[in-house]
Design a protein around this ligand. Structure first.
Ligand code: B12
Length: 211
């Protein structure tokens, strides 16, 4: 069983998109839980990619190719994660902040939230503060989630909160922030309502915020 997880991680690292999708299906057919495949194979493989990118052993095109392979695996898992919980828990507007193109973590948060019964409106990446404001006005969500992976873009979270305040919408939503450089202390500093370290915890925190 653990063997197939290792195989998926290795194929992900090598950006073998089709093999990743096939092996994820194989793992599920063998009775593994979607969460186990997500954490033990896809996230583990992406972690290794991240480490080697940081060390300069991998370059941007290779990381992008691995990210595509991860998405292929996530496409197989997605319907199962979405079906794994039933109760409709609330409406959630989610996006990666202005200037930031990283969306793998944000997409994972979306998948897990959908799995937790939330209706998610995904605004994508590089989302202007005004686009968050418009989405809140239009969809009237219970929660807003912002993702940032760069220390240079996490400041946009504060700008977005200020834009919501200015539009008179701040108190109509609970705001959650996340992404590798974001911390609970930063969330408090910018007056967000909560921080979550990963996608699984994002669901717990979202439920907690919904009361
Ligand atoms: C993949 C990747 C890319 C891909 C992105 C592909 C894509 N579609 O997302 C590409 C190649 C495009 C890229 C580009 C760049 N990248 Co990049 N990238 C990464 C890498 C290797 C992995 C990120 C990732 O996907 N991790 C896996 C996911 C699952 O983790 P995560 O995003 O942290 O998400 C989890 C939690 O944080 C949380 N979470 C995330 N969002 C949210 C939101 C909410 C609301 C909540 C509650 C929780 C939550 O839950 C998630 C799941 O558990 C990281 C290194 C790393 N290991 O982090 C660098 C990294 C983030 N990149 C970095 C840099 C510098 C860049 C570039 C500037 C490089 C360049 N010179 O061009 C550009 C910037 C482009 C831009 N404008 O955004 C730096 C950032 C440094 C910093 N401190 O600011 C890093 C840390 C690498 C490094 N060590 O140098 N990158």
């Amino acid at each position: 069983m653990a063997d197939v997880l290792q195989k998926i991680a290795t194929n992900l690292y090598q950006a073998k998109t089709d093999a990743v999708a096939e092996l994820v299906q194989e793992a599920l057919d063998a009775g593994m839980a979607p969460g186990e495949v997500l954490n033990g194979a896809l996230l583990a493989g992406m972690d290794e990619v991240g480490r080697d990118f940081k060390a300069g052993d991998l370059y941007v095109p290779e990381v992008l190719a691995a990210a595509r392979a991860m998405q292929a695996g996530m496409d197989v898992l997605r319907p199962l994660l979405a079906d794994s919980d039933i109760v409709s828990s609330g409406k959630y507007v989610l996006g990666t902040v202005k200037g930031d193109l990283h969306d793998i973590g944000k997409n994972l948060v979306r998948m897990m939230l959908e799995g937790g019964g939330f209706e998610v409106i995904d605004l994508g990446t590089d989302v202007e503060p005004s686009a968050f404001v418009e989405a809140v006005r239009e969809h009237k969500p219970d929660l807003v989630g912002m993702s940032a992976l760069l220390t240079t873009t996490m400041t946009q979270m504060k700008v977005t909160i200020e834009a919501l305040e200015k539009a008179g919408l701040r108190n109509s939503v609970k705001i959650m922030v996340g992404g590798a450089p974001v911390t609970a202390a930063f969330a408090e500093e910018i007056s967000a309502d909560a921080y979550a370290h990963d996608a699984a915890r994002a669901v717990d925190v979202a439920r907690w915020l919904m009361g």
